[in-house]
Design a protein. Structure first.
Length: 373
């Protein structure tokens, strides 16, 4: 019986000793906390340094810190080696939300090779340099929303092979190259909502990985014309959009979502006749060429005296000969007038029309001398 008691006594002493040692270790990294609040957060050693009116990354934090919150401090910039010089190389989570940040030095994040989550939202960042995230290769989450970013350099995020979620919403981004998002094999979600994007071209989808998740493009002033048609079809086919993207232009599509429209049209444009208003006739026969481009391909026809040539008996063969064809998005229609005389001296109108709208060009024939028939 005595032996049993002694065994329990020894175990108690051991447990107390272990407990005391553990408390000393915890107190060790918690005591190196400057004016911040240190705690365990989601299984990580964390320091909450938010809203302390700090102008720089605080000194004398424990090198064991894995989660650092600097939100709400007027930092204004992250300078050279901001975290490496303080020995904070074990950081996995860094929050710098609402810190009045204007710029991030190319090597501000030097040494943060373990960083997985970075929140730089609600700042005043205008430009993100190509090398800003070159040293944070293990990033899984990057939040740059609610800044003042106008454009993104090519390959800004290249090499972030673990990045899963990229938030760029509520900026002033007006142009995005597809190459911006190349070499991001783990990317599952991009949020580009509420920017100033009017169009995205096909190279955007060509450089994206096969998405497992979503893309948010709402709140942009999209010009829904034929230049966007291939992108629209790709996004809808792959079901990438979580929230409908809404057209701002043309006026006929304003307020409609991409999925509501059968096809994004382009207004017909006339390349022929050239930009002339009259032609002097010096030969017996004359051919007027009208060529137009549009999506869908436009119908091209000629009108004179308010009558459609080829459909009105007065303006049909053999006096008026029409020949034309459609190739891809191009349509042409040639009008040949046989045995031109003074009666043909009038205005001829070429009209190109598709489901988007119509375009027209007028040409006046002028007989300058008596033609030899």
């Amino acid at each position: 019986m005595v032996k049993v008691v002694n065994i329990y006594a020894c175990l108690t002493v051991i447990l107390i000793a272990t407990s005391c040692t553990g408390n000393q270790e915890v107190e060790g990294w918690m005591q190196s906390c400057n004016n911040c609040t240190c705690m365990w957060l989601n299984g990580r050693k964390a320091a909450n340094c938010s809203n302390l009116q700090l102008n720089e990354v605080p000194l004398h934090l424990s090198r064991e810190i894995e989660d650092l919150d600097l939100s709400g401090n007027p930092l204004r910039s992250l300078g050279i080696l901001s975290f490496l010089v303080n020995g904070l190389i074990k950081l996995k989570v860094l929050r710098c939300q609402n810190c009045s940040l204007i710029s991030i030095d190319d090597i501000a994040l030097e040494g943060l090779v373990l960083l997985k989550k970075l929140d730089l939202s609600k700042n005043r960042i205008v430009r993100v340099h190509r090398d800003s995230f070159r040293r944070t290769r293990k990033l899984e989450f990057l939040n740059l929303s609610f800044n003042r970013i106008h454009s993104l350099e090519s390959s800004t995020f290249s090499g972030l092979s673990y990045l899963q979620e990229l938030l760029l919403n509520n900026n002033q981004i007006s142009f995005v190259k597809g190459i911006t998002f190349e070499k991001l094999p783990s990317l599952q979600h991009i949020n580009l909502a509420n920017n100033k994007l009017e169009e995205i071209f096909s190279d955007f989808t060509e450089n994206l990985p096969e998405f497992n998740s979503t893309l948010d493009l709402q709140g942009n002033p999209w010009i829904c014309d034929c230049r966007m048609e291939e992108v629209r079809k790709t996004f809808l086919r792959k079901k990438l959009l979580t929230v409908p993207a809404i057209c701002a232009e043309p006026s006929s599509l304003k307020g409609k979502s991409w999925s509501e429209v059968d096809v994004f049209h382009c207004d017909p444009s006339l390349s022929k006749p050239p930009n002339i208003t009259s032609i002097e006739i010096t030969s017996i026969n004359i051919t007027l060429t009208c060529k137009a481009t549009g999506i869908p391909p436009p119908e091209v026809y000629w009108i004179t005296d308010g009558k459609t040539i080829g459909k009105d008996s007065e303006y049909s063969a053999p006096k008026y000969i029409l020949s034309g064809a459609t190739h891809g998005t191009h349509t042409w229609n040639n009008l040949t007038i046989i045995n031109v005389d003074d009666g043909n001296q009038r205005e001829y109108k070429c009209i190109a029309q598709n489901s988007a709208r119509s375009n027209e060009h007028n040409v006046t024939l002028i007989v300058t001398k008596k033609l030899q028939l």
